[in-house]
Design a protein around this ligand. Structure first.
Ligand SMILES: [Zn+2]
Length: 168
């Protein structure tokens, strides 16, 4: 089931709604620009509720698989990105000071807001800065030992052997 891109977060919080579903890669253009490729959709499970002072909250998790560049072998590595979601819906920046410490503010100035954009932001923030294959899956170490071998060959191949080949 696909998640709605546009929601009324305060109404959903009042109703205590749980939304579960996916955003397709085409809804996630900024994430797409930050990675090599999005492989599959973004899955999210989001619970809308009110805290004791009736502030609308969204909690849950989001995950998406993406291809990123392995910094050891410079090939692509598929990484599952998981983001914990803990948002408090506020009307304006003036209310940021009132946001509970475990929550991030989500400023929603109108009734309706784009759920895909805020969840995409959370996933982008969760992207690891550097990525590696598991060592057994990475060709990076093979690349290094190959380079060592090349170096040895260069040392043993003396210029005289090249001259010898030319003569032949
Ligand atoms: Zn690698």
């Amino acid at each position: 089931m696909s998640l709605p891109a546009q929601i009324d977060p305060r109404k959903l919080a009042l109703q205590g709604i749980v939304l579960e579903g996916k955003f397709s890669a085409s809804d996630l253009t900024r994430l797409g620009d930050s990675v090599e490729a999005i492989t599959g959709g973004l899955k999210a499970s989001l619970r809308f509720s009110l805290d004791e002072s009736r502030q609308p909250l969204i909690t849950g998790e989001a995950s998406v698989c993406v291809d990123m560049v392995c910094q050891r072998c410079l090939d692509t590595v598929n990484v599952e990105i998981k983001a914990e979601i803990a948002l408090q819906v506020i009307w304006s920046e003036d209310q940021i000071a009132n946001v509970a410490p475990d929550y991030e503010p989500w400023i929603v100035v109108d009734k309706i807001a784009n759920l895909n954009l805020v969840i995409e932001d959370e996933v982008i923030l969760a992207l690891p800065i550097v990525n590696y294959h598991n060592i057994e899956d990475c060709t990076g170490s093979a690349f290094i030992s190959q380079a060592d071998t090349d170096l040895e060959e260069t040392v043993t191949d003396s210029p005289f052997s090249v001259l010898q080949q030319l003569k032949n």
